[in-house]
Design a protein around this ligand. Sequence first.
Ligand code: GSH
Length: 234
Amino acid sequence: MIRLFQFPPAMGLPNASGFCLKLETWLRMSGLPYENVYTMNLGRAPKGKLPHIVDDDGSALADSGLIIEHLKRRHGVRLDDHLDRLQQAQSLMLQRTLEEHVYWCVLHFRWADDRYWPVTREAFFGSMSAPYKWFVPDLARKGMVKQVKAAGVGRHTADEITAMGMRDIDAVATVLGDKPFLFGEPSSIDACAYGMLANVVFVDLDLPLKPLIERDYPSIVRYCERMRDVYWRG
Ligand SMILES: N[C@@H](CCC(=O)N[C@@H](CS)C(=O)NCC(=O)O)C(=O)O
């Protein structure tokens, strides 16, 4: 059985990490059997980040995208067989938009913005015992703020980041149109989109993007509800 190493559930979601939620959603879409191993230990992750997996042949892999490619090949998952070349290219661009930009916008608000940090701190470190709880949260925060700055997003104002994030949402909503899934039938990019978008729309933290999505992009909210109903409540 595939073992999926990821953070424990937090902030009202199966996973408050967009990448972990993406991979578990993809596993549910694929129908492959898996078991969760909840951990906070990044030191044991092959590339220092979560999620990572151990496949049923014992091979260890990191990075949600590489893991999905590996699992598709090794287990013959045909989720994306219906995509033509243009849709494959659009999938990749959507993935990059969500993972390399929306992700950092969300991270900025959660970790760097003083308005949201207390909730983030409680969600991720609330159950930590002394003496760790006295210094680990601030150390982790420092590291995350550094990453968000290095990515570039953390150098902008909150209003600029909100506007940039909403342009990404507009692009995703435009591709989605009135289809039930991004390319009509479900495909791997829906797992990625759900992982990232549920972390704005459903998470127990009202980031500035959330009311704007609810007001201006009801199709995105309905899409997230559909993904949740089909793959998490079925
Ligand atoms: N490209 C990786 C990104 C994984 C990633 O950024 N994971 C974050 C959680 S959302 C992480 O482990 N961060 C811990 C850290 O950077 O210290 C993937 O697709 O899996």
